[in-house]
Design a protein around this ligand. Structure first.
Ligand code: 5GP
Ligand code: ZN
Length: 114
């Protein structure tokens, strides 16, 4: 997708601090961190949002959670714990239209919504 900032990050057209990369998945630091550790984990395939998921994406989504767990381990927070957030659509507060998983950690994360 030409106008997608996360596709541009995948292609290296916008710089980012990468913490994980394989053929299908990229993990990089959020530019405006909401916690000491705030990593965005994204599929390289341009999927707009969770609502756009297709049956063929099921394995990819499973891999993303395995990658999140690996990144948490690499960042040294696997034992203390972390939170994963996916904002979906307008009411969910999604601002970037390329599916992304927020990995937040490094401090007690405060009030829970759920
Ligand atoms: P959303 O609100 O869509 O769930 O989250 C989008 C996230 O992307 C925000 O936390 C925001 O800080 C991050 N973000 C937006 N633009 C950039 C960018 O150019 N680089 C990086 N690393 N993060 C970005
Ligand atoms: Zn994209």
């Amino acid at each position: 997708m030409e106008d997608c900032i996360f596709c541009k990050i995948i292609k290296g057209e916008i710089p980012s601090t990468k913490v994980y990369e394989d053929e299908e998945i990229l993990g990089f630091k959020d530019i405006n961190p909401a916690a000491p550790i705030h990593i965005l984990v994204i599929p390289k395939k341009h999927i707009k949002s969770l609502v756009e998921l297709e049956k063929e994406d099921e394995i990819l989504i499973g891999k993303i959670y395995t990658v999140i767990n690996k990144i948490a381990k690499d960042q040294g927070v696997k034992e203390k714990g972390y939170r994963v957030i996916v904002n979906c659509g307008k009411d969910g507060g999604q601002e970037v239209g390329h599916l992304h998983f927020h990995l937040l950690a490094g401090k007690p994360l405060g009030e829970k919504i759920v």
